[in-house]
Ligand binder design. Sequence first.
Ligand code: NAP
Length: 305
Amino acid sequence: MSSTWHILGAGSLGSLWACRLARAGKAVRLILRDEQRLAAYQAVGGLTLVEQDHRSLYAIPGETHDATGPIHRLLVACKAYDAAPAVARLAPRLAEGAELVLLQNGLGSQDEVADQVPHAHCIFASSTEGAFREADWQVRFAGHGFNWLGNPLNSAVPAWFDDLHDAGIPAQWSVDILSRLWRKLALNCAINPLTVLHDCHNGGLLGHLTEVDQLCDELANLLLRCGQPEAANDLKEEVQRVILATAANYSSMYQDVRHGRRTEVHYLLGHACRVAARHGASVPQLEHLQQRLVDSLKARGLPSD
Ligand code: NAP
């Protein structure tokens, strides 16, 4: 089995992973969306990683979906709404038993991807690292964090896991990755939409704590209903801790809206509301929040799904 890391999506996180793996001498190939993007990438000669004031260029080979050759390991680094269609295009190249590492925030996109590639193994990731694109093919490592990876269907640690340590990518194998993803989703639902609706940084929510607390109560009940008691534990307290610790920051959803980008709401608040409906759980506050957010996105001319 080939040890090459194919990386689907050379955006913020994809580039951050690609550069660190390449720096550690691992075989890496980027998969770009079309010939035009590939030509633009080849014209600049590689990806640039910016860490504080230090910038390094990594001449990582690129290709499009249409290249030939099997893929044994694929890091999926697209946005949640792009992941399944992008992977579907690659399905014919995925070897039997190929491993996919899914970096998408929220929940729902992982199952959409898995449905496209029943012959592959899907490993879910939850990342607190932060990166953003300063320009095409140039990414700034903006926030040190951690990565948890796990496969809900198989607790065995993959043989390649040490590649991450070799590359300086802080990571731990998690046998309860779904609990981590649910917890992160709940934190996101309690904070991010309100920062858009109240047009504020995270600390601005200190003026709306009653609203935040009501959402936390519903989210905690929902987590219990769908078999995630650990993710429900002390949710309200952690949400308040996060609001205080990140008071000066703008949430990712706020930043997406500010820059006129599509949000990942379908896989965050939208997922929570869909799961609640499936379990017959009453979540009036979450539904009202979703409706207000949808109205606000539509009013700005942004996709609301
Ligand atoms: P991003 O910067 O927008 O990068 C996404 C990349 O996917 C873009 O380069 C885009 O290509 C590419 N792409 C989309 N469809 C494609 C296709 N069919 N074929 C090839 N490439 C395709 O997004 P991101 O910030 O890295 O986020 C990725 C995921 O990680 C999201 O779910 C996000 O929530 C999560 N996450 C991000 C961070 C962070 O700090 N950035 C932290 C934690 C979690 P183009 O360049 O051609 O548009």
